[in-house]
Write a new protein. Structure first.
Length: 270
């Protein structure tokens, strides 16, 4: 039975959203005006940026922001190199995890909201060109200073993308079967996930889960609505899946240390 379950998990995650059925077409790209596209799903809830405490709209210069992030990363590296006190190192690492999460969620990603989804999209510039779900994740991580090949990572199944960021034994895996309500799976996630940022691989899609005040937000290049957006996970059609593979980002000390040291992240491939 365990072998069957493992085979099923592999099969479900074998295809990422880069390989979605081409019948899942986004809205007509020629009709989209990126200046007016909402950054959230408006089908059920309209999110209030100030109320939820998440930045939706970009500010500043994208290149300058990336440069400032790198300068801060190098400062963390210097601070850790000069210390032998474990408590002080833990304090620096705690500051780094909050900084990394905030910069990615509230500085880098807002520039990408409204960028048009496309099955073959791999733009390196927010709101210019088109972006697939895997490339949205790998590109934003790369722009944060994670040394990963954004092409190779985006071309992997969700399970392999998760393994690129965190060892398999540390991943959280949830399966949804019709014998239980999907709300039960969400409840398990809310109970297990602390506030912070996570990578999530679904049956045929990938993105970020951002947890804030016990609310799950799904940040992704949405193949249904046709652009990069943030929405409440439990109300997202694209978040419905038979399996959820979650890799921690915010609370992943190994990931943070590799980022600080500028070490490469080998892409996990079968």
């Amino acid at each position: 039975m365990k072998l069957i379950n493992l085979f099923l998990l592999f099969f479900l995650l074998f295809v990422s959203c880069n390989q979605n059925n081409s019948a899942q077409n986004p809205k007509n790209k020629d009709s989209l005006n990126t200046d007016s596209i909402p950054v959230f799903s408006e089908t059920i809830f309209v999110l209030d940026s100030s109320a939820v405490g998440i930045v939706f709209f970009p500010s500043g210069n994208y290149s300058d922001i990336k440069q400032q992030i790198n300068i801060r990363r190098l400062k963390y590296f210097q601070e850790l190199s000069d210390l032998s006190n474990k408590k002080k190192k833990d304090s620096i690492l705690d500051d780094a995890r909050q900084h990394f999460t905030n910069q990615l969620v509230n500085k880098i990603i807002p520039f990408w909201y409204g960028t048009v989804w496309d099955f073959d999209g791999y733009t390196n510039t927010p709101n210019k060109g088109v972006i697939a779900c895997g490339y949205f994740v790998s590109t934003t991580l790369r722009h944060m200073g994670i040394k990963v090949n954004r092409y190779k990572m985006a071309q992997q199944a969700g399970l392999n993308e998760a393994k690129t960021l965190e060892p398999e034994q540390n991943l959280l895996i949830y399966r949804y079967s019709y014998s239980e309500e999907l709300e039960t799976v969400f409840a398990k996630m809310k109970k297990a996930l602390k506030d912070g940022l996570y990578f999530v691989g679904l049956s045929n899609h990938v993105g970020y889960i951002y947890v804030k005040d016990n609310e799950l937000y799904f940040i992704h290049s949405n193949y249904i609505d046709g652009y990069v957006m943030i929405e409440k996970a439990e109300y997202s059609d694209a978040f419905q899946s038979n399996v959820y593979v979650i890799a921690d980002i915010t609370h992943n000390d190994d990931l943070l240390l590799k980022w600080i040291k500028g070490e490469p992240f080998p892409v996990f491939q079968n």
